[in-house]
Design a protein around this ligand. Structure first.
Ligand code: NAP
Length: 182
C-alpha cells in the first residue's frame, strides 16, 4: 500500500481514516472479487488497496493534518473484530462491496470518535451516516442481490490516516500515520 504520492508539499491532501486488513484477508477478499466479477463485471480493486473507510475527510491542509494526528494520538481504542458476512452491490455508485452484519458497535464507536476529533479542529467532512463496507469492484455493469460470504474474523489492531491520489489515472493510497488499538 505504500505507493509514493505525487506531491507531499505544503498544499492540501485528499485524506481518509481507514482499516487495512492483513495480507491474508486482503488476498481472500481479492479472490472473492475475482469470483464475483463474472457475475457483475467491473474492475477488481487491487489486493493492496482493499480497505474499510472509517471517515472520509476530502481535501485537508497540511497544518490541519498535523493537528488531526495530534488529536488522534490521545484516542484510546481497544482491539476489536469484524465479521464481513455478505457481498452486495450499490447501483448508485456501481460498486460491489463486502460488509459486516450484526454487531458493529466498536466500528461505529471508532468512526464516531474520529468525527468528534475532526470536528474539534474545525475540519469539514461528509456527514452522511457511516455505512461500513470494503469496496471490492468498481464500475460494475450488473448488480446482484446480497450473498452470504465465508471469511475469517477480521481482528482489528490498527487504524490509519491515508492519503488518496490518482497516479496514471488510477487511485493510489499512501499511509500517513497508523495508530495501534491497545
Ligand atoms: P477516494 O475517492 O479518495 O476514496 C477513498 C475512500 O473514501 C474510499 O473507501 C471511498 O469509499 C471513501 N469515500 C470517498 N468519498 C466518500 C464520501 N463522500 N463519504 C464517505 N466515504 C467516502 O478514492 P477511491 O475510492 O480510490 O476513488 C473512488 C473513485 O473516485 C474512483 O473512480 C477514482 O478514480 C475517483 N477519484 C479519485 C480521486 C483521488 O484522488 N483518489 C479523485 C477524484 C476522483 P468507496 O470505496 O465506497 O468509494
Amino acid at each position: 500500500m505504500n505507493i509514493p504520492a505525487k506531491d507531499d508539499g505544503a498544499g492540501k491532501a485528499r485524506v481518509f481514516f481507514a482499516l487495512w486488513p492483513e495480507p491474508a484477508l486482503r488476498r481472500q477478499l481479492h479472490a472473492l472479487a475475482l469470483h464475483y466479477q463474472g457475475a457483475c463485471g467491473g474492475s477488481v480493486m487491487r489486493a493492496e488497496t482493499l480497505h474499510l473507510t472509517l471517515l472520509f475527510l476530502g481535501e485537508v491542509s497540511q497544518e490541519n493534518i498535523r493537528k488531526l494526528q495530534q488529536q488522534v494520538d490521545a484516542l484510546e481504542m481497544a482491539p476489536f473484530s469484524i465479521h464481513l458476512a455478505h457481498i452486495a452491490c450499490w447501483r448508485h455508485n456501481r460498486i460491489a462491496y463486502a460488509a459486516p452484519e450484526g454487531e458493529t458497535a466498536p466500528l461505529q464507536t471508532l468512526s464516531q470518535a474520529l468525527r468528534v476529533l475532526t470536528d474539534t479542529i474545525g475540519v469539514e467532512f461528509d456527514r452522511r451516516d457511516f455505512t461500513p463496507h470494503v469496496t471490492l469492484l468498481r464500475k460494475v455493469t450488473q448488480a446482484f442481490e446480497s450473498q452470504p460470504i465465508e471469511l475469517p474474523e477480521w481482528k482489528v489492531e490498527t487504524f490509519s490516516l491515508v492519503k488518496s491520489s490518482t497516479l496514471n489515472g488510477r487511485a493510489s493510497y499512501r499511509t500517513l500515520k497508523t495508530w495501534r488499538c491497545t
